[in-house]
Design a protein around this ligand. Structure first.
Ligand code: DGL
Length: 265
């Protein structure tokens, strides 16, 4: 048994979708969440910067005595996960493997769509992961860079997100894709809009639930589960804790402890 916290991080607020899923599956565990709100978005940054930022955050979470690191950010999972695993010895889980497995099981016709940031799509990390499991799967991918600022602005319904989504999703809509991976922390907040454009026949899968299940199984397997109720989500950001709290309260329906600001650089 181990009472140390689970460390989770993302470039900003979006990773709270993964925290939400973790807290549901592991209600007794303490969760420390870092959102790098001073440097978000990562999706249009260079590989070198993304690797540097994720190294700094992982290092900080380890200093807080976290027992495992969950990389909630798809961009970091695409570009820096292996590097982090090489640099640190504790278990580090990304979001790509869990959601890819979920998508492959969910698809009936082996045609899968991937939506993500520019950096995620350019990295081909999702394609490589899918191909390593089943090379016969047909993949259509699409970067949707305006989705992140829309969510950050709280603009998740109405005409504007709908028309932006219609343009981004046109290519996928005209294929046989039956399952679409929401390969970015922010996209689950736009699920209704994406669903409206793509229609009910296409299933949308996101990384929260599948990643939480893998983390729970790993903690169980490594005997790292807590033996008492620690509970509680403690959030740390690199800028503007007030906006972060306002977002968390509006979108998560979950109580978080007061957000603190931290100095990483
Ligand atoms: N967290 C990022 C991701 O999941 C989205 C926001 C960003 O570009 O930093 O890819």
């Amino acid at each position: 048994m181990d009472n140390r916290p689970i460390g989770v991080f993302d470039s900003g607020i979006g990773g709270l979708t993964v925290v939400n899923a973790l807290a549901k599956v592991l209600p007794d565990e303490a969760i420390f969440y870092v959102g790098d709100t001073a440097r978000v978005p990562y999706g249009n940054k260079s590989e070198k910067s993304i690797q540097q930022f994720s190294y700094e955050i992982t290092n900080w979470l380890i200093q807080q005595d976290c027992e495992i690191i969950v990389v909630a950010c798809n961009t970091v999972s695409s570009i820096a996960l292996q590097e982090l695993k090489n640099q640190f010895s504790l278990p580090i889980i990304g979001v790509i493997d869990p959601v890819v497995n979920h998508a492959i099981i969910s698809s009936r016709n082996s045609n899968i769509g991937i939506l993500g940031t520019q950096a995620t799509i350019k990295s081909d990390a999702y394609q490589k992961c899918i191909m390593s499991i089943n090379s016969k799967i047909n993949i259509v991918s699409q970067a949707c860079p305006l989705f992140v600022p829309l969510v950050e602005e709280g603009w998740v319904s109405g005409k504007v997100p709908l028309s932006i989504a219609s343009v981004y999703l046109e290519k996928i809509k005209n294929t046989n894709v039956d399952t679409v991976i929401l390969g970015c922390t922010h996209y689950p907040f736009l699920k209704n809009v994406i669903n409206k454009v793509l229609g009910n026949k296409i299933q949308l899968v996101d990384s929260g639930e599948s990643t939480a299940k893998i983390v729970a199984a790993l903690l169980h397997h490594k005997k790292l589960l807590t033996d008492k109720h620690q509970g509680g989500i403690r959030c740390f950001v690199t800028d503007d804790p007030k906006s972060f709290d306002a977002f968390a309260i509006k979108f998560l329906n979950r109580k978080i402890l007061k957000t603190n600001i931290i100095d990483l650089f």
